[in-house]
Design a protein around this ligand. Structure first.
Ligand code: ARG
Length: 270
């Protein structure tokens, strides 16, 4: 019998990471990242995933001039052996796309493009709960991209409008935990999105504003392990009470760019 496959992620080392432009409210060129600290934090995340969590991490070659390439969650959406490449909203990130596509093509994924030019930022804005996709729109992905993804994959997509520019990608305010539970930050959604979430998710765990701003919802969930930024105490307490093993990794250098644990990874199937 084949041994069960280890969970696998794609990450990109922060060799050329920095705050070189401002495309979300977290980013300020006056608050540069400190390269050695960023390297240390990124490696701590890598070591956590490959060590105690027991995952495989594939590395993407970083590219000079593409500082946000560390945020591989935005590469695209992985579904089985298909990879739907992102259409980045901002010119600053558009040159990343061909590097991601080349990696997936070289691993014999079917690389797919969405029809039309609608912005779509991959696993940053689409998260699956079982066979249902929850998809965020407003600041980055366009709602029309959701329909295109649904048609391509033959899945149901529930579109959620984001209303707080500090929580501009769905993965900054929504995190599936197991097959029925979701961690979320209610204030990031409009009233209709909240109704959709309440109707579609049996078990909702709301985080406090303080934890949300520490990127509590930007957690990586691997079975009974959860990896997230430090300082999300209310959520950690709740997760421990539910029997999860929590790994808190300081990722402050990446919060300067508007991302944390989950944004720095993309789950893949090889
Ligand atoms: N600076 C990056 C951007 O604004 C951060 C991306 C964070 N990624 C995420 N999946 N939330 O595009």
């Amino acid at each position: 019998m084949e041994p069960p496959q280890k969970p696998a992620f794609l990450m990109c080392p922060p060799d050329y990471y920095g705050i070189e432009y401002e495309i979300n409210p977290w980013m300020s060129r006056r608050r540069e990242s400190i390269p050695e600290v960023a390297q240390r934090q990124w490696h701590a995340l890598y070591e956590t995933l490959t060590g105690p969590v027991g995952a495989v991490v594939h590395l993407l070659e970083p590219v000079r001039g593409l500082p946000d390439m560390v945020f591989t969650a935005n590469a695209g959406l992985v579904w089985g052996r298909a990879f739907i490449g992102s259409n980045f909203r901002f010119a600053e990130r558009q040159l990343e796309a061909s590097h991601y596509e080349a990696w997936f093509a070289s691993r014999s994924y079917t690389v797919v493009h969405l029809p039309g030019e609608h912005p779509f930022e991959g696993a940053g804005d689409i998260l699956a709960l079982g066979e249902t996709l929850f998809a965020g729109y407003q600041f980055r992905s366009d709602i029309r991209s959701h329909t295109a993804v649904a048609d391509l994959l033959g899945l149901e997509v529930l579109s959620l409008q984001l209303v707080d520019e500090w929580f501009y990608h769905l993965d900054t305010c929504f995190c599936p935990l197991g097959p029925e539970a979701v961690i979320y930050y209610p204030a990031a959604f409009d009233a209709y999105a909240l109704k959709v979430i309440e109707a579609g998710v049996a078990d909702l765990i709301a985080v406090s504003p303080a934890s949300a701003r520490r990127f509590a919802c930007n957690a990586i969930v691997i079975g009974r392990h959860v990896v997230l930024n430090t300082g999300c105490d209310d959520l950690v307490e709740e997760l421990v009470a539910r029997g999860y093993t929590v790994h808190a990794v300081e990722l402050g250098e990446f919060i300067k760019a508007g991302g944390a644990a989950k944004c720095l990874t993309l789950e893949v199937n090889t």
